[in-house]
Design a protein around this ligand. Structure first.
Ligand code: CO
Length: 469
């Protein structure tokens, strides 16, 4: 593509549909359009991540690895990209290096070229080993800045973090702005400085929630960004991203545009035609949500919280819940809100609101987060809360299950036998399903006729796990 213009990553198959229809798009609905998407000339297609993996097993009765097999077969020209939650991989707890290595080698075998690796706390220790294993496989390890705003997050903070990520061996860098907080002018300065200080390509990923993304993406282009993430027009904006065709039209005129707009129009019409099937998963937002600039709740998180409150018949508490989130953030050192910190903070906010008292009930994951079990907290934890957590901590017995791959394999094999299933434990990808999502995998393998899951407790991204405790 044109040297002076950014490349474009199309995200509808992962983040576009995750942000707008709670990750419910089935593989069958993707298949008919893959060949067309492969012909556009995108630098990559984002196709896989934690939520897709989780939803495949939990809701869609799909083996997540089957998706990659289909993508690899249909997408011959375009690179496949996935999102990894650092040491948590696609799950919600930290795994050790042997499992990280097993996961990455299988993802590479199944066609993933670009691994965007992030940590919700921006703790470099949590992304290091994934970068190492991706480099070993000679694939693109993309380190990530999870962008947020707070009294401690300034330009110098981001530049230092980005340099550390480059020094760690990352082959590219992503600015991941999950809540659409990055303002155009701030983005321009940040990208300019990153381009000056780093040697690796810079990618920008921002959301439309606050209405800033079109301008922010454009300013990033002016500052020399290397790659922009967009979502096809019929799955764009609201909680999702700048529309692919709009962004192309911003940076090219009709005569110079290297992309086939008719082809893109065909792709968009296709996605438009399947969207009504997923109507029940659409959020309530109709335009732009400026409250997000104050509360900093990411799009995906907001749609989940809304659905959760509706299911609990407490929709009237949404405003209280949204207000509680930044208060908690301040108390716990301004962690960015992205999986798993977004779920943990969201679940604790829900507790505080439902209890009508702050921190009356403390979720185990919240205690662990504040206690540093998930990584280094960026700021300072409020001392009153810290004392309360320390007190609870002594009562809580730590369950550090450090199983080896062999232990998991034996456990999974026993499970298969007890259910009179064939022994799936010899397949590395089936074993990974079990290791990463034990309960969901047991349901998935045990039942060949799963109907609907209890959606109230089984909310997306493991949210229900915390509510159910
Ligand atoms: Co996103």
């Amino acid at each position: 593509m044109n040297k002076n213009k950014p490349n474009i990553t199309e995200v509808v198959l992962r983040d576009g549909q995750q942000s707008l229809i709670a990750t419910r798009m089935t593989l069958d609905d993707m298949k008919p359009i893959l060949k067309s998407m492969d012909n556009v000339g995108f630098s990559s297609l984002e196709v896989w991540g934690g939520a897709t993996y989780d939803c495949c097993l939990r809701f869609l009765n799909e083996n997540p690895w089957d998706r990659l097999k289909v993508f690899k077969k249909s997408l011959k020209k375009t690179k496949l990209q996935m999102l990894i939650r650092g040491k948590n991989l696609v799950g919600y707890k930290q795994f050790d290096d042997s499992i990280i290595s097993l996961f990455i080698s299988n993802a590479v075998k199944h066609g993933i070229d670009i691994f965007r690796i992030f940590d919700s706390l921006n703790d470099i220790n949590n992304i290091q080993s994934s970068i190492k294993f991706v480099n070993k496989a000679k694939k693109n390890s993309q380190g990530t800045i999870c962008y947020t705003t707070s009294p401690i997050h300034n330009e110098d903070y981001w530049i230092k973090l980005a340099k550390d990520i480059e020094d760690c061996g990352a082959k590219s860098l992503a600015i991941k702005d999950m809540a659409g907080l990055l303002r155009p002018g701030v983005c321009f300065e940040l990208v300019k400085r990153l381009k000056k200080n780093l040697n690796i390509p810079i990618h920008l990923h921002t959301h439309s929630t606050t209405g800033l993304s079109d301008a922010t993406n454009y300013k990033a282009y002016e500052a020399g960004v290397d790659n922009i993430d967009t979502s096809i027009s019929s799955f764009s904006n609201l909680y999702a991203h700048t529309a692919t065709e709009s962004f192309m039209s911003m940076i090219y005129d009709d005569n110079t545009c290297p992309y086939d707009m008719n082809l893109l129009s065909k792709i968009s019409s296709y996605f438009q035609s399947i969207r009504p099937k997923y109507e029940q998963y659409e959020g309530s937002m109709r335009g732009v949500d400026i409250d997000m600039l104050i509360n900093q709740v990411p799009g995906g998180m907001l749609s989940i919280l809304e659905k959760q409150l509706t299911d609990l018949k407490k929709s009237n508490k949404l405003k209280m819940l949204i207000d509680e989130i930044p208060r908690i953030r301040k108390d716990i050192g301004y962690v960015p809100l992205v999986t798993p910190s977004s779920q943990i903070v969201g679940a604790q906010a829900l507790m505080n609101v439902l209890d009508n008292k702050r921190y009356k009930t403390l979720n185990k994951e919240f205690i662990d987060l504040v206690d540093g079990s998930y990584g280094k907290i960026p700021g300072t934890v409020c001392s009153k809360l810290k004392r309360k957590i320390d007190k609870t901590k002594t009562i809580n017995n730590e369950d550090t299950d450090k199983l080896t791959i062999q232990d998991y394999k034996k456990e999974f094999s026993n499970f298969c036998n007890s259910c009179h299933l064939k022994d799936y434990s010899n397949s590395e990808t089936d074993l990974l399903n079990y290791i990463l999502f034990k309960k969901e995998s047991m349901d998935f393998y045990a039942s060949n006729d799963r109907t609907t899951t209890n959606e109230v407790i089984g909310l997306q991204e493991g949210f229900g796990l915390y509510i159910n405790d």
